[in-house]
Design a protein around this ligand. Sequence first.
Ligand code: ADP
Ligand code: TZD
Ligand code: MG
Length: 577
Amino acid sequence: MLNTAVKSEAPGTEQELTDGFHLVIDALKLNGINTIYGVPGIPITDLGRMAQAAGIRVLSFRHEQNAGYAASIAGFLTKKPGVCLTVSAPGFLNGLTALAHATTNCFPMILISGSSEREIVDLQQGDYEEMDQLAIAKPLCKAAFRVLHAQDIGIGLARAIRAAVSGRPGGVYLDLPAKLFGQVMNADAGQKSLVKVIDAAPEQIPSPSAVKRALEVLKGAKRPLVILGKGAAYAQADEAIKTFIEKAGVPFLPMSMAKGLLPDLHPQCAGAARSTVLKDADVVMLIGARLNWLLSHGKGKTWGDAPKKFIQVDIEPKEMDSNVEIVAPVVGDIGSCVTALLDGMGANWPAAPSDWLATVAKKRDDNVAKMAPKLMSNASPMDYHGALGALRAIIAERPETIFVNEGANTLDLARGVVDMHKPRKRLDVGTWGVMGIGMGYSIAAAIETGHPVLAVEGDSAFGFSGMEVETICRYKLPICVVIFNNDGIYRGTDVNSAGDDPATTVFVKGSRYDKMMEAFGGVGVNATSPDELKRAVNAALDSGKPTLINAVIDPAAGSESGRIGNLNPQSVLQKKK
Ligand code: ADP
Ligand code: TZD
Ligand code: MG
């Protein structure tokens, strides 16, 4: 049903009319898109207003990049494209980073942007916020479309939805020039022009021979390993994946955002024995994980000298052999693939080699025991482990909480320390290791799931999206932000060797980020010990009130680039630190 129509005034020609604004809104609603993340302005202010009036939840942000990150993670959490709405040129460009991020991370998202007049843009006559947005978006997303006529809005949105969620999910750009919104057409014809997308992400069933090949390789393994990636978390095939891992009986290693797909405390979890399993496994099965830099491209020191065979389950055929040979590619959607693998295993699948399981379990338990005392530290100022020990206990008691995480040390150490217990509860910097996802992710996570959010942020990381604390307060979201405040990027101790300017990696010492939250009516707390931190986080999660806790971390506690300092290029002229 069209939500509004206007009457033509011309005598003798009365008919129900609709326009571009309403057709866009009706097309979104028809396809179950009930939330928009964006920033208003010319030419989309009224679109946002009318969408809100029509019952769509429109979340207004302070910067488009954060709205875009919100849309991207909404896509990951729901398997429906998250929608970000921006104004032309600068707003569009602000949203574009998030669109590229969605594409890189395989999250379905649609960036809808208003744009200037084609005629003026193409002649480069200097329109208000002139930019050839479609051309600029194209290389950064999976698909890009422009709609010029009101009667094409339905088809345009249908194409965008399909492109975003089918096959390997990704970002899609939809360009809507200002003139489109005011275009008028007959209401009936308008309604008929809308498309409800049927089976937007069709099942992709793997070929039986691929499944058989993969199972043969797995069966022949002496030291098998399954790596679960965020594609597996996205697929929402949680039960099938759990059953498969348990039936195969093999150790599994979750990538960061796949943590909790099976609980980190599951007896087969090899998270705390990562280096051992990567080095020593002879057969590695990747499920929804790419062999990119996060897995050292499947070769080199990390993977040891023992020869390895790789099995890969992925929806994208081109992913196979991207870095090393894949001896058993299984192309299809993860739900269908894992189900087919389970069927193929039959009733008499052999137990995994017990010596290998024992080796992995011992390594894991040793590493866990080694870390345990550090997590008990109640030192003040806090170090990372002391603070994270407190947060780990809270997540164990409140496993529904969504854990958003960014920073360098703050990210790498939290990933290792804080166990996840349920699927899709850990949201972080993803494939690019990008700073700035924090507040956008937190807002979308709260909106889309209704669960409380705990965002653990480096002080630098937080700065990229910090203004959205106002947004959190405005919508009264149950978000608790904890800032690991070590006075800077990696450490707060650098000094400039020449001149009076501060070193490039340090911030104002002793900053009180908690006051930012108070400025907008939220709760601010300064926490100087793990006990204080724990009390404050529990209070925030109990109350559901927007809260920001400034957790004072020893400025000397972190290391350069967290765990990936080895990626920094070195100058031959530079003295080794
Ligand atoms: P991680 O960073 O956790 O290792 P990646 O983002 O590198 O994960 O890999 C995710 C992979 O999952 C991508 O190659 C993508 O094609 C794949 N993928 C995403 N959704 C599905 C799905 N529903 N079925 C199969 N594969 C999927
Ligand atoms: N800009 C963007 C968009 N992404 C990035 N990853 C960086 C810059 C570089 N960078 C990192 O890779 S981590 C980081 C930056 C600026 C911040 C680390 O400091 P932090 O965390 O305060 O967030 P710790 O706990 O002090 O290490
Ligand atoms: Mg810091």
